[in-house]
Design a protein around this ligand. Structure first.
Ligand SMILES: Nc1ncnc2c1ncn2[C@@H]1O[C@H](COP(=O)(O)OP(=O)(O)OP(=O)(O)O)[C@@H](O)[C@H]1O
Ligand SMILES: [Mg+2]
Length: 276
């Protein structure tokens, strides 16, 4: 029985940030034989895969395939009926995320952007970033203390990455749809996550914005591992290092984009149903 960890500092001391490892073969997250049963209905059945460090790993599949449920499992919003998810499986002390509190998983460096943008429309881009950086701090600290220089530098560098540095004083509500999505990605990135999960980041975007989102993800993966759910196959082709195809809660196939797209079963069950 593990003793309860009560603070972020204590948790990070136990799970120190990794030395920068660039080996692509290293797994950062192992999803081990996960099944989820909702009142007799299996949303996921025996999902078993590894997410490698500094890659962009896509989960694709038709509506209801279980993609969002899988992200819910990783961040422990949903409890699996069977199986578990292990973070840093190659480390001396791997962390079993299953059963942990959701906020502790965020502390450990796993960020998530939900599909619907949730920026504060009446605050500026910069104020949204400051709030995100101070998430989890005490309320008085958030209100009273001005951000430190290194925090502002971090905000600046992050906004550069998503192409919003020129708009830091804009009211977030005045941004275009795509820009709001990029701001939300930036609000995750500014917390320097090790893994970022994005549920349909290009939803509602036109082709140029979708392409730019892809280029942003390529930039992000230099420092971070990116897990993406997406339907747009051009976007998948543009950036995916690995693709896992889910169908009715099971892994149908996984591999490179080329391998997956060439597979007749994938074409039948997914691409034939509006994937492209
Ligand atoms: N809390 C829940 N209770 C019961 N059924 C659920 C629950 N959450 C998800 N499901 C069901 O599990 C299945 C998988 O849902 P999920 O949202 O993971 O699919 P998805 O692949 O993300 O689909 P989409 O592409 O439409 O977003 C669906 O049939 C859904 O209705
Ligand atoms: Mg979904």
């Amino acid at each position: 029985m593990q003793t309860e960890i009560v603070s972020k500092e204590e948790l990070l001391a136990k799970n120190p940030a990794p030395i920068k490892i660039t080996q692509l073969s290293e797994s950062v997250l192992d999803i081990n034989h996960v099944s989820v049963c909702f009142d007799g209905f299996y949303a996921l059945t025996d999902v078993n895969t590894k997410v490698k460090r500094n890659t962009i790993h896509f989960f694709i599949g038709p509506n209801g395939a279980g993609k969002t449920t899988l992200l819910d499992i990783i961040c422990a919003k949903t409890k699996p009926t069977q199986g578990n998810v292990v973070y840093h499986p190659m480390y001396k002390d791997p962390v079993t995320l299953t059963g942990m509190k959701e906020y502790k998983i965020v502390w450990l460096g796993i960020g998530r952007k939900f599909q619907v943008p949730s920026v504060f429309v009446n605050l500026t881009v910069e104020e949204n970033m400051i709030l995100s950086l101070k998430k989890g701090k005490r309320i008085m600290d958030t209100i009273l203390r001005k951000p430190k220089k290194e925090e502002l530098d971090n905000i600046d560098a992050t906004l550069q990455k998503v192409g919003l540095a020129d708009k830091r004083q804009w009211r977030a509500g005045a941004l275009a749809h795509g820009e709001k999505q990029w701001l939300e990605i930036a609000m995750q990135l500014v917390q320097k996550p090790e893994v970022i999960m994005l549920d349909e980041p290009a939803a509602g975007m036109g082709k140029p914005e979708t392409f730019k989102t892809g280029e942003i993800l390529k930039e992000i993966k230099k420092d971070c591992t990116v897990i993406v759910i997406e339907h747009d196959m051009d976007f998948v082709k543009q950036v995916a290092d690995k693709v896992t195809v889910l169908h009715e809660g099971k892994i149908l196939m996984e591999g490179s984009v080329t391998e997956v797209l060439a597979d007749p079963t994938v074409q039948k069950v997914y691409l034939g149903r509006g994937g492209e």
